[in-house]
Design a protein around this ligand. Sequence first.
Ligand SMILES: Nc1ncnc2c1ncn2[C@@H]1O[C@H](COP(=O)(O)OP(=O)(O)OP(=O)(O)O)[C@@H](O)[C@H]1O
Ligand SMILES: [Mg+2]
Length: 368
Amino acid sequence: MSDSSNVFKQTIQQNLGPVLKYLDDPGVSEILVNGPHEIFVEKKGKLERVSETFPSEDDLRAAVNSIAQSVGRRINDENPRLDARLPDGSRIAAVIPPMSRKGTTLSIRKFTNTKITFTDYIKMGTISEDGARFLDVAMFLGKNIIVSGGTGSGKTTLLSLLCSRIPKGQRVLVIEDSSELQVDYDHLVMFETRMADAQGKGEVSIKDLVKSALRLRPDRIIVGEVRSGEALELLNAMNTGHKGCMGTVHANSPEDAIVRLEALAQGGDGKISERALRQQVSSAIDLIVQISRYGDGSRRIGAISEVLGFNPDGSYNVVPIFELGRLTRRADGTLEGKLEATGNVPSFMDEIVDNKLPFPKSKFQKAA
Ligand SMILES: Nc1ncnc2c1ncn2[C@@H]1O[C@H](COP(=O)(O)OP(=O)(O)OP(=O)(O)O)[C@@H](O)[C@H]1O
Ligand SMILES: [Mg+2]
């Protein structure tokens, strides 16, 4: 174990006593502290309140301070928010009072070392077999894909999985706010943003990194989360012959995702006309994969949709190729439902045939 990792472990042991056992419990994926007296954990996708508490706000605050220090960051009146990756790969986010009303609020998303595969996805009901095969086809053909979903819906996990399906022999550049994607791939180069220092200098944003990436001979550029002006750079990359670019966006439907990307790209450069931008957005993005989290704690792909251009009324023409069928509840409370073909054949059916990919047109037929 590296030194920084050891120091960090000690810091955690000394400071996070009340939640230590949950940090060590592999069944717990997330720990949420809402002020000193309220702790929730997420187990199997479900939140539950636990009985542990911190002795006082001061203790909790001291704990967060030391954790911040152990990773070379600070959290104080001037910087009341912390967003950091811990040496073990976990993510920590914190906000201190007075912004956070109940006391210091903290979330720890634990790093899970288990790489999820399509086989796991199928077992968990996240996707159907045909849905998974179709995504593989799209990855092979270098389609530009946006993963869309709400908070904690599994976007990053899905993007990692898609990256692992990139055909061999390409150069893949990954850009993230803080490294999270777990990708098994030969030729992978990862970049991480940097915050400004105490003097407000030295910031390196996702947008900066996308610009640099374009000059570093990328085959594919992957942006962990698109949430600001970098959307425009990513769309440019997609439109200038970089096939197979991907990113995630926070949205509740494929239609919302594309509108959000447009808005983010517009924010990145006010000079571009709405019409030109819409044209760029619709030609850049091939597929949107929507993932959501359901009441039983499961994550499911709700739709794999193709972006085809515009409708006469100016809205984007987003056509579902696969869609989640009706969900029913099993006796044990878990949900059951399947991602099914909608009957819409993707516009790139010819490419599937020309490349002799084992995905016949009949697979797009709607089940009777
Ligand atoms: N298909 C799945 N089935 C069940 N659990 C999953 C699935 N995919 C991811 N998870 C779990 O859900 C949690 C959130 O996953 P992930 O980080 O991928 O979500 P996200 O949408 O990227 O979150 P954020 O909005 O914070 O970026 C993790 O604990 C992960 O292990
Ligand atoms: Mg994420």
